[in-house]
Design a protein around this ligand. Sequence first.
Ligand SMILES: Nc1ncnc2c1ncn2[C@@H]1O[C@H](COP(=O)(O)OP(=O)(O)OP(=O)(O)O)[C@@H](O)[C@H]1O
Length: 333
Amino acid sequence: MIEFEDVTKQYPDGTLAVDKLSLRIPSNEITVFVGPSGCGKTTSLRMINRTIERSSGRISIDGEDINSGDPVSLRRGIGYVIQHAGLFPHKTVVDNVATVPKLLGWDRKKTRSVAMELLERVGLDLKLAGRYPAQLSGGQQQRVGVARALAADPKIMLMDEPFSAVDPIVRHQLQEELLRLQRDIGKTIVFVTHDIDEAIKLGDNVAVLRVGGKLAQFAPPAELLANPADDFVESFVGQDRGYRALTFLHTDQLHLSPLPEDLVLDDDGKPAGWLKGGGDLLPIGATFTRSDSVRAALDAVLTSPTGHGVCVDENGKALGVVDHAILAEALRS
Ligand SMILES: Nc1ncnc2c1ncn2[C@@H]1O[C@H](COP(=O)(O)OP(=O)(O)OP(=O)(O)O)[C@@H](O)[C@H]1O
């Protein structure tokens, strides 16, 4: 656990960037710092690896004050990923990832195999390992940045707006990959973003900061959407928070109706289309699975030409359908 106790940062020009911040960041989970520009997110993050020194208060990792040792050994146990990846331009991809293991004196063979394994884990095509950063796309550079931060197997990863500089589609992919990776590696991740949707998607816990470096609310995303602490958090979370909270309701509670007769299945039992008069097939629309959210089920109902959203199993086989009435009943309960 990383603990902030009454932590304040005042820059030499008098700017109060962080004001008496107290919070507990649980181990092996993703905690997101979110808030408007200038609210002290980056300052708070960088005080954890002491690239910015706090002015007062205490920050501890597993009970030990981070100021009790030297900053260099502290940083060895903390990976750091920033916007634009911050890769060394004159080093190849694989050498970028190998930077810290080399500093730690690992032998060449081990260093290289760990670097290649990490590149594979973050979803980078290994053919790119010999390229220089300038020869990669923004999204590929970010993957290398994540692999480099993981190279020495740190317990903690600090990520400062790592996906902000890439287009929305690549950003979505990188977010999904981070969640997938985290299911395997279970690091303590502290993630900074100004994007509340990214915070809600990635965070096990979200710390909403307001300008002046004050904590407005610290809660799991579902709680933040359901019970914003005040008007600031409510307006920051956005007007459609009720709808977005559906992301946290699971479809395993939904009662499925039997497959209607006008639903045509292929030989594998997968939905092929809706049969309409004249023998035409209309497209199915979106489908959802038992592990999806109620938001996905609602999307399936809204995109279906018949108002029936089809639920499929992990192989795509149709299991049953839901309609507006079933969803309304689930929402009421
Ligand atoms: N070196 C510095 N000297 C003086 N003031 C600083 C310094 N670095 C940051 N600040 C100020 O501290 C406040 C918090 O900055 P910080 O970068 O932590 O915010 P942020 O929430 O990460 O912002 P953004 O989302 O815009 O990156 C801002 O008012 C900023 O101008």
